[in-house]
Design a protein around this ligand. Structure first.
Ligand SMILES: [Mg+2]
Length: 283
């Protein structure tokens, strides 16, 4: 693994973290995550968290991080519930929306004043998402709105194929719902609100006066976390504690490689600060 592992030697202006597979796996923080976040905060460096998962709202992430020993302000967390709601509010505030979604996203849309509908004759936009209540009835409504009535277009919360679980299992994610709708309607999804879409980065860095080129996106997935950084000119750090493996990185050409590859998340803290603090990998 040593042939590909390389860590930053300086602190960056801001750190944006994926959560699952990066900060924690299931209900456990990954080694070094807590002291790394605390070190950045002590230095006054902005820390933000991002998730593509639309089945939770930011308050649920606040509660989870708190439970794991990392109390975090709700304004430091953004996910596809936030980016999807904001995009609809800004671009299509009067649209009738069919949300193939779980309650957190539907609640957020309702609270933003977006009109939800299950009537194919009046639906303007079909939102596909990670919906564990997806069924034939919902597929029929999307099909009728897009194909039969030829009025609705399709957008999705996130492009993930599956959501990883500890122990190597997982659950089908939004890409499965989107593919089902695309397959029967012949349409193509128009907008994606999750990583690697830059709308996620804009949401994460909102309110910060920083130079994107000196910020870093930290994550475990090449196609989402790292791709978003490559597309936006941001630095990127891929941590090998989740989906991406050392072999995946070796298979990439130079243009698609992350800036840094970490075998543990606290390697984001430069070696000089490890020495200052007396940290070792066995702590
Ligand atoms: Mg992840």
């Amino acid at each position: 693994m040593n042939d590909i592992v390389n860590a930053p030697t300086d602190f960056q202006q801001a750190y944006v973290f994926d959560m699952d597979g990066t900060i924690y796996l299931g209900d456990h923080l990954l080694p070094g995550a807590k002291r790394m976040i605390e070190e950045l905060r002590q230095r006054g460096i902005p820390v933000r968290f991002l998730s593509n998962n639309p089945t939770k709202d930011p308050q649920q992430y606040v509660e989870k991080l708190e439970r794991l020993g990392l109390p975090t302000d709700i304004s430091d967390i953004s996910n596809t519930v936030v980016t999807t709601t904001n995009w609809l509010k800004e671009n299509h505030p009067d649209a009738k929306v069919f949300a193939i979604a779980e309650e957190p996203l539907k609640n957020s849309l309702r609270q933003a004043g977006i009109q939800l509908s299950e009537d194919p004759e009046e639906i303007d936009i079909v939102v596909s998402s990670y919906d564990r209540g997806f069924d034939y009835r919902k597929l029929q409504i999307a099909f009728d709105a897009i194909w039969f009535h030829k009025r609705a277009f399709l957008v999705q919360t996130n492009p993930d194929r599956f959501c990883p679980f500890p122990g190597g299992r997982g659950e089908p994610d939004c890409a499965a719902m989107t593919a089902a709708i695309e397959a029967c309607t012949g349409t193509t999804c128009q907008v994606n609100f999750g990583k690697p879409s830059p709308v996620m980065l804009t949401a994460a860095l909102a309110g910060l006066d920083v130079d994107v080129a000196h910020c870093v996106m930290v994550g475990d997935r090449l196609a989402t976390d790292i791709q978003m950084a490559l597309d936006t000119g941001m630095g990127s750090a891929c941590v090998l504690t989740g989906e991406a493996t050392a072999d995946d990185i070796r298979a990439l050409d130079a243009a698609h490689r992350p800036t840094w590859v970490l075998d543990r998340i606290d390697k984001l803290i430069p070696a000089s600060a490890w020495t200052e603090r007396g940290w070792t990998e066995n702590d």
